[in-house]
Structures are given as structure tokens and as C-alpha cells.
Design a protein around this ligand. Structure first.
Ligand code: 57M
Length: 358
């Protein structure tokens, strides 16, 4: 909004022209998100403690987690505030991309809020029923993708990373495909948020990746030079992704081991949904599996564990998701977390190679 207002006067007041540049708005967006989450977290954590919004720990989990009981949770509410306020200030409200990413983030944040609220108000770790959560997530993503279908041309084209000029047109089947990407990404981040800082690290590396990819995809000349699909307006998403990085950094200062606060479903569901939406809006749906490879690893470990137990009565891992398997193997929690971060950084760098290798 500030962007829209300033551009009205940028030709009259010297120096304001800089606001036109996406790189400038992404930079100030990231910094303002970082300052909001870093500076307001101590106050927010005190508020959560005062309202006794503390984590209840399942008794069937790793014993090492019992000491975490009562840790303030729903810190994701501040992450969302730290992302959405700078996004509102620095993004172009006239872009469909802005509303698509803004609505999915707010919508999934509301779903996560009610899930957390029910868990805390009823002092159990059940919350919203899984089916109701999924129904709400699928419905919201479907509405946005149907609207998106009327907004863009060749919506259904799938681009393959590292392969030059290899495309596949899904036609209208792209809509359910994109909905699956968004809902899957949201729940994969949710599953990953099971150790201190384990989810926010890969969320930041993924968002940083998408900030670069969105800028390139939305830049006509760079996209053409790199033989990349040019998507008008995609550059605005670079600002939102940069705000996610900034807000995540500020949150990680308090969520790092031993965590003073957990993000809650109010954080994990919208952050994952936003990553899925970024992948869809920048046409990097397939590359998301590499960028968010840690989330894929966690989700696949659960799928394999449940399938194996149902089919054979035996478990593949000592406990799923896979981070709990390493815990039960005796790895210290910080070691698991940092090693997952290292893998997510490597995956992000490999993903960025797709800009040149095609
Ligand atoms: C999301 N939530 C954490 C915190 C965080 C189908 C099955 C795989 C589902 C899965 C599940 O319940 N997932 C829910 C993961 C929980 O974290 C809260 O949830 C929010 C994120 N949604 O923000 O508020 C616990 O994670 C720990 N934690 C930290 N630091 C953090 O910064 O230590 C979280 C954030 C917190 C805290 O202990 O309480 C979670 O793990 O529930 N179930 C599981 O993940 C369980 N696995 C399991 O049952 N495996 C089975 C089958 C079903 C695959 C098996 O292996 O046979 C594990 N989780 C728990 N106990 N809590 C193991 C048992």
C-alpha cells in the first residue's frame, strides 16, 4: 500500500523513485519483518505465558520432550504479523499474486489458530479433526486456484527444472495438482515442526530461494536471457518471500534450542501453504520438491512408517517423522537440527543451479 501511495508522488519527490525497485522493497521488507519479530517476541512470549498458552506434550513421544511441557506456543502468530504487515506496506496491492499469497497465508493461519486454540483450551494435543483441517485447506486453495485460472493464460503448463524447453500441459487438471502442492507443502512443514528450530530453518532457506526465483521469473530480460518462463508480476512475490526470511530469522532467535517459544500450527500451516503458493505462482512446483527436500523427507518418512506398520505390523523407523528416529538413536537434538539445516542449505543451492543449468 505504501508502495502504491509513494509511486503516486515518486515523479514529484526526488529519491522516492527507489521504491519502484523490487530489490529495494524486498530488502526493506525483510529488514522490517526481522525487526518486528526480533523486537516484539520477548513481549509476545510474556503474553503467551501470562495467558498460559503452553505446549502439552504427548506421552508417547521421545522422553526428552517431557521437559518441554509448558513452553509457550502459537509464536507463529507473531511470525504472521511480521510477514504480513511489511508485505502490506511494500507489495503492490494491484497484483493478483499479492492477494493469492496474502489470502492463503491468512486463511491457513486461521486454521492453525483454531487448531492450537482447541488444543490449549482443552489441554490435549488433538485440536481440530484432521479431516476438518484438510477440508478447510483444500477448499481455500481450490477457490484461489479457480480464480487464478480466470486470471492467467496457459495456467496448466508445467516446467521441468534443469530440462530446457521441456513442458507438459496439464490443462484444467493443473488446478487440483496445484491444490495438492499447496496443501501438501503446508502439512509437510507442520510435520517437520517437531524439534527446536527444525521447521523455521528450511522455511527460511526455501523462502530465500523463492525470493530469487520469483525475481528472475518476473524480470522479462533476465528470464529471457536464462531461457526461463517469464511471468509478469511474479517479481512482487520476491518481496513476500524476503519478508518470510526476515520474520523467520527474528523468530529463530527465540525458537533455537532450547526453545523459548514454539510456532504452533498457527505458524507451520501458513508458512508451508505460502511456500506451496510461491511454487505455484512462480511455476516452480516440481523444483519445490528439491528446495523443500527436508519437508519431503519428513513427510515420506511418515507415509512409509504408517504404510509399513499397517501392511506388516513392523516399523521402518524407531519413530516417525525421521527426526524422532535420530533422537531415539541417541543423537542430541541440536545435532539433528543443524544437520537438517545444512541439508536444506545444500538443497537450496542445488535448486538455484537450475537458473543456469537447463
Ligand atoms: C505436528 N507437532 C509436534 C508445536 C509446533 C501422523 C503423525 C506423524 C502425526 C504427527 C503429529 O502429531 N504431527 C503434528 C508436529 C509438536 O509440536 C507442536 O506442533 C506445532 C507444529 N504443528 O509448533 O506447537 C511437538 O514437537 C516438539 N517441538 C519442539 N520444538 C519446536 O520448536 O520440540 C515442536 C516445535 C511439541 C514438542 O515436543 O510438543 C509433534 O511432534 O507432535 N505425530 C508425530 O509427529 C508423532 N509421531 C508418531 O506418532 N509416529 C508414529 C506413527 C503415527 C507414524 C510412529 O512412528 O509409529 C511424534 N510426535 C509426538 N509424539 N509429539 C512422536 C510422538
Amino acid at each position: 500500500m505504501l508502495y502504491n501511495l509513494i509511486t503516486l508522488y515518486s515523479s514529484k519527490i526526488a529519491g522516492l523513485n527507489v521504491v519502484k525497485y523490487i530489490t529495494f522493497r524486498a530488502g526493506v521488507g525483510m529488514l522490517s519483518a526481522l525487526l518486528i519479530s526480533f523486537l516484539l517476541s520477548p513481549w509476545f512470549i510474556r503474553k503467551l505465558k501470562h495467558k498460559q498458552i503452553g505446549q502439552s506434550i504427548r506421552d508417547d513421544g521421545p522422553k526428552s520432550h517431557f521437559s518441554k511441557a509448558g513452553t509457550p506456543t502459537m509464536g507463529g502468530g507473531l511470525i504472521l504479523f511480521a510477514v504480513l504487515i511489511p508485505a502490506l506496506l511494500w507489495m503492490d496491492w494491484g497484483a493478483f499474486n499479492f492477494w493469492a499469497i496474502f489470502v492463503i497465508t491468512c486463511g491457513y493461519g486461521a486454521i492453525g489458530f483454531f487448531d492450537d486454540y482447541l488444543k490449549i483450551s482443552k489441554k490435549n494435543s488433538k485440536g481440530l479433526s484432521g479431516k476438518l483441517k484438510l477440508l478447510c485447506q483444500f477448499s481455500l486453495a481450490l477457490v484461489i486456484m479457480i480464480l487464478y485460472h480466470f486470471y492467467v493464460d496457459n495456467l496448466g503448463t508445467l516446467h521441468f527444472p534443469f530440462l530446457k524447453n521441456v513442458k507438459f500441459d496439464l490443462g484444467l487438471y493443473y488446478i487440483p495438482f496445484a491444490v495438492l502442492v499447496i496443501v501438501g507443502s503446508s502439512n509437510a512443514v507442520n510435520l517437520t515442526d517437531g524439534l527446536d528450530g527444525l521447521a523455521i530453518g528450511p522455511v527460511m532457506t526455501s523462502a530465500a530461494c523463492f525470493s530469487i526465483l520469483a525475481y528472475v521469473t518476473g524480470h522479462k530480460y533476465i528470464a529471457e536471457y536464462l531461457n526461463y518462463p517469464y511471468i509478469p508480476g511474479a517479481g512482487e512475490l520476491s518481496i513476500f518471500a524476503a519478508c518470510m526470511v526476515g520474520a523467520g530469522l527474528g523468530f529463530l532467535w527465540y525458537n533455537t534450542y532450547p526453545a523459548q517459544v514454539f510456532m504452533g500450527d498457527v505458524g507451520s500451516l501458513p508458512l508451508g501453504g505460502a511456500l506451496g503458493m510461491l511454487a505455484v505462482l512462480t511455476k516452480h512446483e516440481i523444483l519445490l520438491t528439491l528446495i523443500g527436500g527436508i519437508f519431503v523427507l519428513v513427510a515420506v518418512s511418515v507415509i512409509f512408517q504408517v504404510a509399513s506398520f499397517k501392511l506388516t505390523g513392523k516399523r521402518i523407523f524407531r519413530m516417525a517423522p525421521i527426526h524422532h528416529h535420530f533422537e531415539l538413536k541417541g543423537w542430541p537434538e541440536p545435532k539433528i537440527i543443524v544437520r537438517f539445516w545444512i541439508i536444506s542449505i545444500i538443497l537450496a543451492l542445488l535448486s538455484l543451479l537450475s537458473l543456469k543449468i537447463r
